[in-house]
Design a protein around this ligand. Structure first.
Ligand code: CDP
Ligand code: MG
Length: 825
């Protein structure tokens, strides 16, 4: 019946399935429904209305395929002008031209590698090719395709896009699953997820039962999770001969994957790119006549300007120290004296916001229409630049410029704006992190500004890479960034560094597994039962240094996550399930045990998301003074708790924003911390570390000394001694000797730290070693909580603690001891 509604069809199928099962007793083959008339609600039971054609048994697949075809809405949509336009668009993508080859290779090989320029249709088309081919070969109902993405934001946005392309709702055939969020149904046959989610599934389903295809996207990024998955997949494939693995990569170094998988075929999607005019710093200076000054200012064209010899020599030695000899010895004979000297004033350690502003202004006033993509390193410099540009007369004019940001913690509505076309006469400017390098394609871009640096995103805690300092990108990344603007028409790219510095870039980015701490990875190897840690890692695509592996194992033993024989302890088991660095996970476990959960939730969320305390250069003093108001007991972490609690009250009164302005806090960071706190709480519930009775985990949340001890339990062995000698403070760590406090730290302003120790979460080395954040702790806290109280001989340890307690009878310590003893008993 043409009026058959899909839902009625579904109900009928379910009904008939029961019916035929009871008739045949077994398999329950379905019969297609031929005639249905009338309105079921008014016209009696379904049974009377359904009639059966001659008994022609048809498989579940066929029914499913037909039901797909029967979906009226979808059929109508596909025929509509909009649907046809979408189909035409899909067919125009380069990936479509090699569709048959892709499917043929996949059917004949267990592993296939596909590479192609960003935007050619790998992510959105290849999974659909597979899905459609499975449907057409009547395997639709049994196929299960999993496509991994390195970031949650791409898993969400890509699945949404594909649903739109198919005229479906998200969560039907196509769905997604990221940490604590997802849209998928019983009929979801193509699932997008983060690599971390697939790793989690492997925890409970070692063989990926029922999965027919695994597609790993963006493998060239070489994240830790992705490299880890590749090694696991390599070992799983021989046990699951029918499982297919498709690796998708930008056009960099795809051969390495082919050789890792024993010469698996590599399909290269041919791309069309338009020429991009490339300007390095010297070209920018020469053609605009801008003069850089050493304090990141820019002087206008035409000013008579020359450095004196002394300054010139000083600048030369500074530049050599920062980027080596290349810039000083490069041949700039074709360039003006002004440009040559200006290059020596270039400051490689920071991004020159003024220069970006000038270039943007120039583009807006003089260049052809088209969007601009600005590559920055992270959320901090993106928001600072945005603020600066908003204050500019041209760039801040909302009638002419649409200023957007693109980073991993943006909301989905912000994200949609990025893809939208702007009205004629408007110019779109997107300030982005390297997320826009390969995983997000913005169509109408004509110009790119590249700061040349990148930083690991610190939000996706599953990747568990601590937030690094921005560092120079590789040549392939620079080429990728440049390529973002030549997709629809010729474009222009401005690199904010000289060509000779580019020539010094590494060819490829270093895989993360070679440059990150491996503690979380080692925990996961253990919890997935993959045998010896070093044995497993020696079979990875590129094995990390033995020393790095040993360090990680030693650390995990020290904090009590692994026992002497490298087996997972109970604590280690919990830490492996927590989506954050082990030290932060340990703090949470301890706070749940010692009933001071709430403040630790805030601290862990703050450390995992980002520091909400702002320190704008111009108002540094004011900002530091504002932070000092939250100071209590020499702890940056407790200050964060107070700032958050204050914000929460203000937010309920709808004055959260005002509160943030007054206290130099970032409202976005506060919100991100708030939502991450909720996420952590549900993880803790999922792994049954806490239950619904929130209050019982907060009996001692008010006790700042107890909270301090718990901070100590997580941050140990990040510890530094505090000694005052003749009124001057001297701080020492075991590994570094003398260290200093970062100026943002509350303790940097403290006149007399009345504790013998500081524990810290992070230190950075600039010239000296600086502790970024710290909390003062007493001897007893360190004695009782530094190290692994949950390790090995629990009883003996508690007895020993009891011994110490006779010396240190602080009330907080007594609580810790009693609670611990009770829990351990
Ligand atoms: O994965 P790859 O970089 O090869 O390309 P893709 O993500 O599959 O995107 C293919 C094309 O789809 C892009 O060039 C965009 O034009 C379009 N697209 C879109 O319009 N909206 C999205 N959310 C994603 C892709
Ligand atoms: Mg892609």
């Amino acid at each position: 019946s043409p009026g058959l509604h899909r839902r009625v069809g579904d109900r009928l199928r379910t009904y008939l399935s029961h019916k035929t099962k009871s008739m045949n007793g077994s398999q329950g083959k379905l019969f297609p429904v031929a005639i249905i008339s009338g309105n079921t609600a008014n016209n009696g039971s379904l049974e009377q209305k359904a009639s059966f054609p001659k008994s022609k048994a048809v498989s579940d697949n066929e029914i499913w395929r037909r039901s797909m075809q029967l979906s009226m809405e979808q059929q109508a949509w596909q025929k509509s002008a909009e649907g046809q336009k979408m189909l035409a668009f899909r067919r125009s993508l380069p990936a479509y031209k090699v569709k048959d080859a892709i499917l043929k290779y996949i059917s004949k090989n267990q592993v296939v590698i596909i590479s192609g320029e960003t935007g050619c249709g790998k992510t959105t088309q290849v999974p659909q090719f597979i899905l459609e081919s499975e449907i057409n070969s009547l395997r639709g109902a049994t196929c299960s395709i999993i496509c991994t993405q390195p970031r949650r934001i791409s898993a969400m946005s890509v699945s949404e896009r594909i649903a739109v392309e198919r005229g479906e709702k998200l969560g039907e055939n196509v769905g997604y699953k990221v940490r604590l969020e997802g849209k998928k149904g019983r009929n979801t046959h193509l699932l997008f997820c983060t690599s971390g989610i697939l790793l989690r599934r492997l925890l409970i389903d070692k063989d990926l039962k029922g999965v027919t295809h695994v597609i790993m996207d963006e493998v060239h990024e070489r994240g830790i999770d992705e490299d880890f998955l590749l090694t696991i997949m390599k070992e799983l494939l021989p046990c699951r001969p029918e499982l297919r693995l498709v690796l998708m990569s930008a056009t960099v170094n795809a051969e390495i994957f082919s050789s890792y998988f024993d010469g698996a075929p590599l399909i290269q999607i041919p791309g069309v790119t338009y020429p991009v005019r490339t300007h390095f710093l010297e070209n920018i200076l020469e053609s605009t006549g801008y003069i850089l000054t050493a304090d990141n200012q820019i002087n206008d064209y035409g000013q008579v300007w020359k450095l004196n010899k002394q300054t010139l020599n000083k600048r030369k030695s500074q530049i050599i120290a920062a980027v080596g000899e290349a810039l000083v010895s490069a041949d700039y004979s074709g360039y003006s004296q002004q440009t040559k000297e200006s290059l020596l004033c270039w400051n490689p350690d920071c991004i020159n916001f003024n220069l970006i502003e000038c270039i943007l202004c120039n583009i807006c006033e003089n260049e052809k229409p088209g969007g601009v993509l600005v590559f920055m390193t992270g959320w901090d410099d993106i928001s600072a630049l945005k603020e600066k540009l908003q204050a500019h007369s041209v760039l801040g004019d909302q009638d002419r410029v649409l200023l957007l940001t693109c980073h991993s913690s943006m909301s989905s509505s912000e994200q949609r704006l990025i893809f939208e076309k702007v009205a004629t006469g408007m110019r779109k400017i997107v300030l982005a992190t390297n997320i826009a390098e390969t995983s997000i394609t913005i169509d109408d871009l004509v110009f790119v500004i590249d700061c040349g640096k990148a930083k690991e995103a610190s939000y996706d805690a599953l990747n568990n890479t601590p937030c690094l300092l921005p560092s120079w990108i590789s040549k392939v990344s620079a080429i990728q960034r440049r390529g973002r603007c030549g997709r629809a028409q010729p474009g222009g790219c401005y690199h904010l560094y000289p060509k000779c510095v580019y020539d010094d870039f590494a060819d490829y980015p270093l895989p993360k597994i070679l440059k990150s701490p491996l503690q979380s990875l080692c925990l996961q190897i253990k919890s997935l039962n993959l045998g010896s840690i070093s044995g497993f890692l020696s079979r990875a695509l590129q094995s990390p240094e033995l020393l790095a592996v040993q360090n990680a194992i030693e650390y995990l033993k020290l904090i009590g996550a692994l026992d002497e024989n490298e087996n997972l302890t109970i604590l280690g088991g919990y830490l492996a399930m927590l989506p954050m660095e082990p030290k932060h996970g340990k703090m949470l476990v301890m706070s749940a045990v010692l009933n001071c959960l709430d403040p630790i939730l805030t601290i862990v969320a703050g450390l995992s998301v980002r520091d909400p305390f702002l320190a704008p250069l111009e108002t540094k003093e004011l900002a530091e003074a504002a932070k000092a108001q939250f100071s209590h007991g020499f702890s940056d972490h407790l200050a964060l708790v107070r700032a958050y609690n204050g914000w929460k009250v203000a937010e309920q009164k709808l004055i959260g924003y005002k509160y943030c302005r007054k206290n130099f806090l970032s409202p976005q960071s506060m919100k991100a911390i708030d939502s991450f706190r909720r996420e952590i709480q549900s993880v803790l519930k999922n792994i049954r570390l806490i239950d619904d009775k929130a209050s019982s985990y907060n009996t001692y949340s008010f006790d700042e000394n107890l909270v301090r001890a718990v901070i100590c339990s997580g941050l140990y062995p990040g510890i530094c001694s505090v000694v005052y000698k003749e009124n001057s403070l001297s701080l020492k760590t075991m590994e570094d000797g003398l260290v200093l406090l970062h100026s943002k730290s509350i303790n940097a302003r403290a006149s007399n730290i009345s504790y013998p120790w500081l524990v810290f979460n992070k230190k950075v080395k600039v010239n000296s070693v600086y502790l970024q954040d710290s909390t003062a702790v007493s001897d007893s806290m360190l004695l009782l909580f530094g190290g692994s109280i949950l390790k090995g001989d629990v009883e003996g340890h508690v007895k020993m603690l009891g011994g110490y307690l006779e010396f240190f009878m602080e009330p907080a310590v007594a609580i810790m001891y009693q609670t611990l003893k009770r829990e351990l008993d």
